[in-house]
Design a protein around this ligand. Structure first.
Ligand code: ADP
Length: 502
């Protein structure tokens, strides 16, 4: 099958979160099942053509409303040899950030990602690449199914193409005022009744949900949660309409890229069978954080600083958690409000709390490797990759029971000695403190802790299983159902009749 995988961020080229990890690793897993998979993303300033050996591949002029704009396509590849196309348009993508700067989102994000969505369809036409599936991800590619169905589906090479739309986070919708539509060359069909639910606001995400052949989200539990108004972010109408085409497939990780036995960024290598190196990683992390060398428990967090990640809970729980004698190290970027709050916590507990406001893969890896425990008290979490990486690095997760956190972390059962972390249900700082206490009680029991670490580190979250689920889904999408086949054969009979009559 030919698959075009479209995402606004793809590791290692451009990353702000888990979407990039998925887009950087799932395509290889799909290719190993025999598919011709190609990836497409914008060529941001940070993607250096010389470093990634990018070659010019095509130039075309893209229709935008009543005018055309030039678009260049560069081609490169991943370490696994997957072809990657980069949409090159300096006026849109040659900027310091991917979506915006610390002052906020770029005001022309609608134009930027509409251009990206349309250019990848045009790219197929110009290069005569006929995808069976275009796999779209999040709002930045939400217009692809809409453009495809309304403007491209009538002609080769896109006349048989189906779309899968994966929602990595329903909270980010790409909502713009309706007048934006005209600038993007969209007609009134783009404003579905659900889009109108927001007082006429137009959402790229809704377009994807309405027009894709199939919708997926990144864990089974989140696919169920978003059908309840509590988690639906206002989209319950369209989600109910599309419930029959909505599936949950759990994310995996690239287990070669995230491997403490072979990670160039950490102080000492270690593995489930030879865990000794983790102590050296903890020493190094304590140094990095400016903490005294100590054998006391160290809790790590690597996170976007947003309300979704449960930072309010943490802030309320800090005084109680600090009394337990733990140290906390947080790496994150995001909302200014949390920068202020966390800076304040650090000044109240300088010996116990360290915060680092930057996006830095090496420091993230040092935290996964050096922490005893990894905290994710999210209010909601579509899948979450950080806790999966933490499991692999033997940083035992403490998580709230929601979305992918609930699907990936098994609450430790003291009696049975079984589990891979500490899970709490109620969204309250009290429940979080109880979970931390439970974790510390097990941490102080060496043999239980050793067995817990082994269970965490040997859990398999490679893509193998989930890639097969996508493979089955793709086949179902491109294989017409019995009903469709019956209708097609009836239509064929009718046509035959007409021909005879003429
Ligand atoms: P989300 O996509 O909601 O941000 P995930 O847990 O799915 O959360 O994925 C987060 C990814 O981004 C992980 O690979 C994590 O290590 C990485 N990450 C998050 N914040 C930082 C940061 N400040 N520096 C480096 N990596 C980060």
């Amino acid at each position: 099958m030919n698959i075009l995988f479209a995402a606004s961020e793809v590791a290692p080229f451009a990353k702000t979160g888990g979407l990039a990890d998925v887009a950087g690793s799932l395509p290889s897993a799909l290719a190993s099942l025999g598919h011709d998979v190609r990836v497409v993303l914008p060529r941001y300033r940070q993607v250096d053509p010389a470093q990634f050996n990018l070659k010019h591949r095509a130039t075309f002029h893209l229709p935008i409303s009543t005018w055309y704009e030039r678009c260049d396509i560069l081609e490169g590849s991943t370490a696994d040899g997957i072809t990657v196309y980069f949409v090159n348009k300096d006026s849109y993508y040659d900027r310091p950030g991917i979506y915006g700067t610390s002052r906020g989102d770029y005001p022309d994000n609608a134009e930027r990602f509409a251009f990206f969505s349309r250019s990848l369809l045009e790219l197929c036409r110009v290069m005569d690449f006929s995808p069976d599936i275009i796999h779209c991800n999040d709002w930045q590619t939400g217009l692809v199914p809409l453009y495809l169905k309304t403007q491209y589906a009538a002609q080769a090479p896109l006349d048989r193409t189906k779309t899968v739309f994966t929602v990595h986070n329903l909270g980010y919708q790409g909502r713009f005022p309706p007048e934006t539509m005209h600038r993007l060359g969209l007609g009134p069909e783009a404003l579905s009744p659900e889009g109108m639910e927001f007082g006429g606001a137009f959402s790229f995400l809704t377009a994807g949900l309405a027009y894709a052949d199939v919708i997926t989200t990144v864990s089974k539990r989140y696919s169920e949660e978003i059908q309840r108004s509590e988690y639906a972010c206002g989209l319950e109408g369209i989600l109910a309409q599309r419930a029959g085409s909505l599936f949950g497939i759990l994310n995996g990780i690239d287990s070669r890229a995230w491997d403490p036995a072979n990670d160039g960024a950490i102080s000492r290598h270690y593995s489930a069978v030879e865990p000794a190196g983790k102590e050296a990683c903890k020493d190094a992390l304590q140094k990095l954080a400016g903490f005294s060398a100590d054998s006391g428990p160290l809790i790590g967090m690597v996170t976007r600083l947003s309300e979704q990640k449960g930072l309010e809970l943490l802030v309320d729980a800090v005084p109680a958690i600090m009394k337990l004698g733990v140290r906390l190290i947080i790496l994150g970027t995001g909302e200014k409000k949390y920068h202020r709050i966390l800076t304040d916590l650090h000044s109240r507990y300088p010996e116990q709390i360290q915060v680092m406001f930057r996006f830095d893969e090496s420091t993230a890896r040092a935290i996964y490797a050096g922490s005893d425990l990894f905290l994710m008290p999210s209010r909601y979490e579509p899948c979450g990759l950080s806790q999966i990486i933490a499991l692999r690095y033997g940083a035992v997760p403490i998580v709230r029971k929601t979305g992918g956190l609930a699907d990936t972390v098994i609450d430790y059962d003291r009696q049975a000695g079984k589990g891979t972390g500490f899970v709490f249900d109620e969204y309250s700082s009290g429940a979080l403190v109880v979970a931390v206490k439970r974790a510390l009680a097990i941490k102080s029991d060496q043999s239980r802790w050793k067995s817990l670490l082994l269970q965490c580190m040997t859990k398999d979250f490679s893509w193998e299983h989930s890639a097969r689920e996508y493979d089955r889904l793709y086949h179902d999408v491109v294989t017409p159902s019995q009903n469709d086949r019956r209708e097609a054969s009836m239509a064929g009979k009718d046509k035959g009749g007409e021909r005879k009559a003429s």
